[in-house]
Design a binder for this molecule. Structure first.
Ligand code: BGC
Length: 253
């Protein structure tokens, strides 16, 4: 497998990127972060990515993995969380290939974070059914069975008590409503126990920026399933996207 690739993690507020050593699962350059262009429109985001890529890969020979807060099927974004609705139904693969003039692979952000976590982080050597959740602006989820990704699980949007529960249990809800960790943990309890009753996993991994403070809320949860914090933290999406780019593009030859 090629050793280095660029990973770009696009979110509603920021775009983060770096060159990644995909053999070791670590960043091989400084991590760049820029604000997501206002409105999150496709062309503006593609242009922002262009600027980032020029900084990271002057020679123009690296492949690029791009992860995005949406369902991504065959390179098309089929939903759009916290970015312009124009992404819905868009051929994102075509948009980025054209703008970046390199081989690209586009995937869901939680899938990318999960891939990094399963290979290099808390999910290493974990068999059976593992569910990775990222608690941020939304709730991203990725599912693995014996280490193999089942893509595009949108379990952050489970309808619990009549509402899309991402609006209650994402980290953004805690901030928005000024909840303390105990109050937020009650919602997480409701969310994870519902999830475990539906899917009976072997392990939950909790990622997203707030997982750095996992000791403040994970011990408050009472679940049948083991639940542990992610290890790759802020760069999981970047690393997983780069890894998938190399893997998928190599397969395609
Ligand atoms: C989106 C997912 C995404 C998650 C985290 C959710 O609102 O539906 O596709 O993975 O947010 O960004």
């Amino acid at each position: 497998m090629r050793r280095k690739a660029i990973g770009i993690d696009i979110g509603g507020t920021g775009i983060k990127a770096a060159l990644v050593d995909t053999k070791k699962g670590i960043l091989a350059s400084e991590r760049i972060r820029i604000e997501t262009p206002h409105g999150g429109e496709p062309d503006a985001i593609a242009k922002a990515c262009q600027e980032i890529v020029e900084k990271l890969d002057e020679k123009g020979n690296r492949s690029i993995g791009i992860c995005f807060p949406a369902v991504v099927k065959h390179g098309h974004t089929q939903s759009a969380a916290n970015v312009s609705k124009r992404w819905i139904g868009l051929d994102a693969h075509e948009l980025f290939s054209h703008a970046l003039k390199r081989q690209v692979h586009v995937l869901n952000d939680a899938d990318a974070a999960g891939v990094a976590e399963m290979k290099y982080g808390a999910g290493k050597d974990e068999d059976g059914l593992v569910i990775m959740t990222t608690l941020g602006t939304g709730i991203g989820t990725s599912i693995f069975y014996d280490g193999k990704l089942i893509p595009n699980a949108e379990l952050g949007h489970l309808n619990i008590d009549g509402v899309d529960y991402e609006t209650k249990a994402a980290y953004s809800a805690m901030e928005r409503e000024g909840l303390n960790f105990e109050q937020w943990a009650e919602r997480l309890q409701r969310y994870y126990s519902h999830l475990e009753s539906l899917l009976v996993p072997d392990l939950f991994i909790v990622g997203g920026g707030i997982s750095k403070q996992a000791e403040k809320f994970l011990p408050l949860l009472n679940l049948k399933t083991r639940i542990i914090p992610a290890e790759t933290k802020n760069s999981a999406g970047i690393i997983g996207a780069a890894l998938m780019a190399n893997k998928v593009l190599e397969r395609k030859g």
